[in-house]
Design a protein around this ligand. Structure first.
Ligand code: X90
Length: 276
């Protein structure tokens, strides 16, 4: 059996040396200019173009063909797209899975219903990769990953909801309040895989304290943490120090937001995936 892991670029994961892996990019658009989030994208350069653009900016998800191409060569595929309630990527992936199985009798594509984005997807990907490495059967991996997902979560702190609101991903009335200088929006991915705002925090320190409290409320007790930051390494390290204050042995991994997450988390944003 040839196993393959496939994620869309909302996961901030662009290579996985230990397994056969492919990333399906989302695209960021700014007035005719396209930024393909394939791991070679210069996010800082994209950001400066976005800042200067007066016109409409947005994103587009991969299509069925993009996913199909990424599945090539495998008989057992685990695909991990962004939450189906904020993007069409999951839907395209499900259609591609059906088509791939039709074209290749005996092949099977498992589509993970992530209900999340960013580093929570990274946790799921790493777990599946480890199980493939151990020689675990595909059906068993499928059962076990659904159990694992029940205890993984995503929290975030964002400086603005502008791009989410402009692209219809959150209520514009909610986003307006967030535009106030120095206010951070702290929240979680809801059980439905949508953005749930929990706090409007004044200042970075307060935001991180509230984010960490939410983590504890959701059952965080020293498990694995992945922190993705958008040009805010300092906040990521500060959060790590808070976690280590209570759980000195915790494993805390750091990563940079890729193109898609940077567009929506925006400058200064933090996305935190963790085991509850
Ligand atoms: O164009 C597209 O189809 C992509 C749209 C993606 C919209 C959501 C991106 C979320 C990125 C920002 C904050 C965390 C919210 C998480 C809720 C699940 C991360």
């Amino acid at each position: 059996m040839r196993y393959k892991l496939v994620a869309d670029s909302s996961a901030n994961v662009y290579s996985m040396p230990q397994v056969d892996f492919a990333v399906v990019p989302l695209t960021i658009n700014a007035e005719g200019q396209e930024f393909v989030d394939d791991g070679t994208l210069d996010v800082a350069a994209m950001e400066s173009v976005l800042k200067q653009t007066k016109g409409r900016t947005g994103t587009s998800c991969p299509n069925v063909f993009d996913w199909l191409t990424a599945f090539e060569g495998a008989d057992r595929v685990f695909a991990v797209p962004i939450t189906r309630n904020m993007s069409g990527s999951h839907n395209a992936c499900v259609q591609a899975a059906a088509e791939y199985e039709r074209e290749r009798p005996g092949a099977k594509v498992y589509v993970v219903d992530s209900l999340s984005a960013g580093p929570e997807l990274g946790l799921i990907l790493d777990k599946i990769a480890a199980w493939i490495g151990e020689g675990k059967e595909a059906e068993q991996i499928w059962q076990d990953i659904q159990a694992y997902q029940k205890r993984t979560h995503l929290s975030f702190s964002l400086g603005s909801l502008n791009n989410l609101a402009r692209n219809g991903r959150v209520n514009p009335a909610v986003a307006k309040i967030a535009g106030v200088l120095g206010i951070r929006i702290v929240g979680v991915a809801s059980d439905e895989g949508t953005l749930e705002q929990r706090h409007k925090s004044r200042g970075e320190q307060k935001a991180l304290e509230q984010l960490y409290q939410d983590m504890l409320e959701r059952g965080y007790a020293g498990g694995l943490v992945r922190i993705a930051n958008c040009f805010n390494d300092l906040a990521a390290r500060t959060l790590e120090a808070m976690i280590r204050g209570d759980f000195p042995g915790a494993t805390v991994l750091h990563e940079l937001c890729g193109g898609l997450c940077s567009f929506y988390a925006e400058h200064g944003g933090l996305l935190v995936g963790y085991e509850g």
